[in-house]
Design a protein around this ligand. Structure first.
Ligand code: AMP
Length: 490
């Protein structure tokens, strides 16, 4: 089996990895690190939680460590683009954690906060800039940043970028990059637009792929409850009362829906909080901290807001609303069952969502066991309009669908519900969230306090020197070494 030392990474990086208690590279790391070190472009198909951040951060740090260069003002050597503030903050944390023994300058450029500090941090040039696309373009347009010296460009979560309407911004950014560069692109899925973008952006890339979408789905114990729309809140209350919940992440389609669900849960005596794009950064951080430390067991979130949440130990994912995009379902349920643990995903499906359910089952090639809690009236209405699901109400292991079984099924609703679009605008990018690589307090589990939370109230990480011999802050008190199994979602 490959070990980190097999890669011959710079000593300072190997030391940081030991302090992080990373023992074995994850599969995406094993495939990507040597390829990036060889200078090739990479297209990586990997979801969050696979260790893909280290897969690109480690060889990039190795490159920077091996080729120190005087920085030119208003430039960066490495540019990483990510779709959300949270993810950007986490990526920067990772670079800083793995590069803590290197003397590198890094910063964050994210939307939703004043630009002044970001402009100042760019002034003398940076080694690493992690940015969201809108703010990056604003900085370029205001002459605070020139992209002509970028040696290495990383596009993370490319399919999310597409979902969030960033694709044109990305094209504009890529057009400003030098042709002579190394490009790494990561995406959980490969829709056609992303494959085309990859064709334009990457030069003879090596393709690495891990954890195909369906395999996440297979690890999670999934259940469907067929319900009348109006009964959803009541059934949710019941589910949360009856299940042994360590932490539940409940997904709603809209921000308004999230608030409504929280009100209903609180009424029923279930402590719950909502997290979505309308919440202030302070509110989001408070809610996330409460979810992490177990004060609040139920977090109600929209897809966009949930993307940046990096919380281990989510025992249940509940889809209050089914997503209209089947891949989103897989991303959602992937929040549980991390590190090979069995998680539970329960979806409330009303008659209008049956078509979404069929799309999901087609994608994961599984028939999810269902319980029918619909009223007779609803059932007859549905059976008059739609084919039956054609499977029993038996709980238990989901059954594998015959390949192509769902192929003939037709989408019933031409108009997907698109209210979440509001949240997908550039301005609604969620603020960057808690970090993954901070110094935890001794009484605190790892990943609980954000470096950014502590260091920068405005939400901008200013230029940071990662000093050689900086205290790693990873005492033995942190417990057992981490194995290749890893957990986190972004
Ligand atoms: P990512 O997929 O990059 O978001 O990473 C998922 C989580 O796995 C993060 O919390 C990382 O700190 C952690 N991680 C990444 N690589 C390893 C490794 N080789 N061993 C243990 N943990 C890791």
């Amino acid at each position: 089996m490959t070990e980190f030392h097999d890669f011959n990474l710079h000593d300072a990086i190997t030391r940081a990895l030991a302090e992080e208690k990373y023992l074995t590279p994850t599969p995406i790391q094993a495939q990507t690190i040597p390829t990036v070190m060889s200078g090739r472009d990479v297209i990586g198909i990997a979801q969050t939680g696979t260790g893909k951040t280290a897969a690109f951060a480690l060889p990039i740090l190795h490159r920077l460590a091996g080729k120190p260069r005087a920085l030119e003002p208003k430039t960066c050597r490495v540019l990483v683009l990510s779709p959300t503030r949270e993810l950007s903050g986490q990526i920067l944390d990772s670079f800083r954690a793995y590069g803590r023994h290197l003397r590198l300058k890094s910063a964050l450029a994210i939307g939703g906060v004043p630009m002044g500090a970001q402009v100042r941090s760019l002034f003398h040039g940076l080694d690493i800039l992690v940015a969201t696309p809108g703010r990056l373009l604003d900085l370029v347009q205001s002459n605070a940043l020139r992209l002509g010296s970028v040696e290495c460009f990383v596009l993370d979560e490319a399919d999310r970028m597409l979902d969030m309407g960033f694709i044109n911004d990305i094209r504009k950014i890529v057009a400003k990059l030098p042709a002579e560069r190394q490009t790494l692109m990561f995406s959980a899925t490969m829709p056609r637009a992303i494959a085309e973008l990859a064709g334009q952006m990457l030069r003879d890339p090596v393709k690495v792929a891990v954890a195909p979408v369906a395999s996440t789905a297979e690890r999670v114990d999934q259940r469907i409850i067929l319900v009348d729309r109006a009964a959803k809140p009541e059934i949710l209350v019941e589910v949360l009362r009856h299940e042994t919940v360590e932490r539940a992440l409940v997904f709603t389609r809209t921000k308004h829906g999230a608030d409504k669900v929280v009100r209903r849960l609180v009424q029923a005596g279930i402590e719950a909080e909502a997290i979505h794009g309308n919440k202030s950064q302070g509110q989001r951080e408070r809610v996330l901290a409460a979810f992490r430390n177990g004060k609040v067991k139920t977090l109600v979130a929209t897809d966009i807001a949930a993307r940046g949440i990096d919380v281990d130990g989510i025992s249940h994912v509940v889809n209050f609303d089914l997503p209209n995009v089947a891949e989103t379902y897989v991303h959602r349920i992937g929040r549980t069952a991390r590190a090979g643990a069995e998680g539970i995903a329960i979806s409330l499906c009303d008659s209008e969502e049956m078509a979404f359910l069929r799309d999901i089952e087609k994608l994961i090639r599984l028939t999810i066991p269902s319980t029918d809690r619909r009223t007779q009236r609803e059932r007859s209405a549905v059976s008059a309009n739609a084919p039956s699901r054609g499977f029993a109400n038996a709980p238990g292991k989901q059954r594998r669908r015959q390949r192509g079984n769902g192929g003939s099924q037709q989408r019933q609703h031409g108009q997907p519900r698109n209210e979440q679009r509001n949240e997908q605008s550039r301005n609604a990018q969620s603020r960057h969230g808690p970090s993954r690589h901070q110094q935890p307090r001794r009484d605190q589990p790892r990943h609980e306090q954000s470096e950014h939370e502590q260091s920068n109230q405005s939400g901008i990480a200013s230029v940071a020197f990662l000093h050689r011999n900086a205290s790693p802050g990873r005492g033995d008190a942190q417990g057992a070494p981490r194995s290749t199994g890893h957990s986190k979602g972004s």
